[in-house]
Structure formats: structure tokens, C-alpha cells
Design a protein around this ligand. Structure first.
Ligand SMILES: Nc1ncnc2c1ncn2[C@@H]1O[C@H](COP(=O)(O)OP(=O)(O)OP(=O)(O)O)[C@@H](O)[C@H]1O
Length: 286
């Protein structure tokens, strides 16, 4: 499954929201989308999922053209699932069971298959079955978010789009959710488009990163290439370095030698930084 945009632009009320965006989303990759507030990340994701029509350019899925829509009509994009930034934007059923079953029910799934699929997705996301008859809109913010994600995962989309899925979660819940999503993505070999303001999470989980600035795609590159070799692009987009990469830079400056981590993941950086830290008689955690 490959989703491809060529020179796509979005104009709303006479304002260019996205300009000349070209990219290819390859199967099985975790692709993060970063940029300052208002850079066009959500609009890009909504074009990819067909929720926002584009007015210039071309959009193809596995080489097949998806109707560009110059009259403002939405296009159904095959096998793309979108988790909205705010769960309230997508939850509408009166019980968690109905909310989760909805996507499969409209596809005509038999009741026993529905039960099985609902149990399976609840298990994947660690949701207790005691929630099934509760009103999803009356759950806590964190549980509401998990229900919104589960209601999209249940349809097993080829492309899962997550618009700031960890906003409002405490650190432990955030890590637990990302690890579950990563396990799902790897096990099923799905593509994830992950919009996030948490630069440490982007470094930790991505294969590739897309940087948006002022409605344009500034760069689309491999995660290590960005954080370890081309971090000036982050500065250009007004974004911070992840903390482990900052630590690496400080240690390089202090030791006067270049440290070469295997990746920009925290664990790989700490493995290199700790001995330098210790040799200087400094305390280190962990
Ligand atoms: N329907 C709309 N009508 C008018 N302007 C819009 C509309 N949708 C988005 N915009 C504008 O387009 C720009 C990009 O918005 P978008 O939500 O895509 O940015 P973003 O990078 O996702 O921001 P954030 O990180 O704050 O969610 C913003 O200036 C926004 O105000």
C-alpha cells in the first residue's frame, strides 16, 4: 500500500493552507509529522484521509488516482483510518461496545465476529471489558482517547493516522499507549502517520519524519538522518532537539570527541554518554 501526493495544495477562504506538498507514504513505516502550531500538519493528515479536499495536484493510492476534488466534495480514501485530535470529534455512540462495533457493523460483520473483534481490540489496548456498557463520552480523558483509537484500530486500517494521540495523557500512560500502537503496527506491518509535538516520542518511535513549516513540507527524511545529522532543519522549523540528542551534544563538547550512537533512540545515546559522564565523576541516573 503506497499513498502518494504530487504538488498538492489546499486553499480555504482564499488562504493557502498547504502548498505544493509531494510525498510518498510507504507500507510498514512509522512516519511522524512535526511542525509548529498552524504549520499545516492536521490539514495534511486530513487530505491523506480524504476529509479535506485538495484543490491542486494529484493523489494516488497504489498508483490509482483518487479523484481530486475541486468542488469541495470529500473523497473516500481506501483503508485509511483517522484518529481525531479530540476524541469528542469522533465518538457518537451511547456505549463503548456500540462505538467499537460500528465500523465493522456497517461492513456487515456477523454478531459473533463483532464480539470477537471488540474483545480483541480491547485486549490490545488494555481496556477492561467492564467498560463495554458505559457511555464513552462519560469516561476519563485517557480512556476516552483509548476508545477512540480502538474504534479505528478495529477496522485494521492499512494506514493509521494519529493526530496528537497522547495529548493530555500522563507520562506513563503516554509511553504505554505508544508501545501498544508500535506493537500493533509492527505485528500487522501497517503504516502509521503520527502527528506529535513531543519531539522525544518522534525520535523514539519513528522510521521517518516529515517537517512542515508554514503550509509547506520542509523535509521528509529518515529519523536518524534528521536527529543525528541534519538537526539544523529542526532549528529552521522552530522546533527543539530531543533531550537525549541535546545530552549527546553536551557530552561531545565536554569530552572533545565525537560520540556515534547507533540511532537517535534514548537508550542508544545513554549507552554512549554514561561512560563519558562517569569518567568525569558526574552522577548519572539509571
Ligand atoms: N477550515 C479552515 N478554515 C480556515 N483556516 C483553516 C481551516 N483549517 C485550518 N486552517 C488554518 O490553516 C493553518 C494550518 O492549520 P492546521 O490545523 O493544519 O495546523 P497544525 O500544524 O495541525 O496546527 P496544530 O499543531 O496547532 O494542531 C492554520 O493557520 C489554521 O488556522
Amino acid at each position: 500500500m503506497v499513498y502518494e501526493l504530487k504538488d498538492v495544495g489546499v486553499r480555504i477562504n482564499g488562504k493557502d493552507i498547504l502548498q505544493s506538498v509531494s510525498c510518498t507514504l510507504q507500507k510498514g513505516r512509522w512516519i511522524s509529522v512535526i511542525g509548529q502550531a498552524g504549520a499545516g500538519k492536521s490539514t495534511f493528515a486530513q487530505v491523506i484521509t480524504g476529509l479535506t479536499p485538495f484543490c491542486t495536484g494529484e493523489y494516488t493510492h497504489n498508483g490509482q488516482s483518487l479523484p481530486g476534488d475541486r468542488r469541495g466534495k470529500r473523497t473516500a480514501v481506501p483503508q485509511a483510518g483517522y484518529v481525531f485530535q479530540f476524541p469528542e470529534q469522533q465518538i457518537f455512540e451511547t456505549t463503548v461496545y456500540k462505538e467499537l462495533a460500528f465500523a465493522l457493523k456497517v461492513k456487515g460483520a456477523a454478531p459473533d465476529k463483532l464480539d470477537e473483534a471488540v474483545k480483541s481490540v480491547m485486549g490490545q489496548l488494555g481496556l477492561p471489558e467492564s467498560l463495554l456498557q458505559q457511555n464513552p463520552l462519560q469516561l476519563s480523558g485517557g480512556l476516552k482517547r483509548l476508545v477512540a483509537i480502538a474504534s479505528v484500530l478495529i477496522a485494521e486500517p492499512e494506514l493509521l493516522i494519529l493526530d496528537e494521540p497522547t495529548a493530555g495523557l500522563d507520562p506513563l500512560s503516554r509511553i504505554a499507549l505508544l508501545k501498544k500502537l508500535q506493537a500493533w503496527q509492527r505485528e500487522k506491518r501497517r503504516t502509521v502517520l503520527f502527528i506529535s509535538h513531543q519531539i522525544e516520542d518522534v525520535a523514539e518511535y519513528s522510521d521517518e519524519v516529515m517537517i512542515f513549516t508554514q503550509g509547506r513540507l520542509l523535509a521528509h527524511l529518515e529519523v536518524n538522518e534528521l536527529f543525528l545529522r541534519q538537526s539544523k532543519l529542526l532549528e529552521q522549523a522552530g522546533l527543539p532537539l530531543p533531550e537525549p540528542v541535546q545530552l549527546l551534544r553536551w557530552m561531545e563538547a565536554a569530552s572533545g570527541r565525537s560520540l556515534e550512537p547507533a540511532s537517535c533512540r534514548e537508550e542508544d545515546i545513554l549507552r554512549l554518554v554514561r561512560p563519558v559522564w562517569q569518567s568525569r565523576g558526574l552522577h548519572h541516573g539509571g
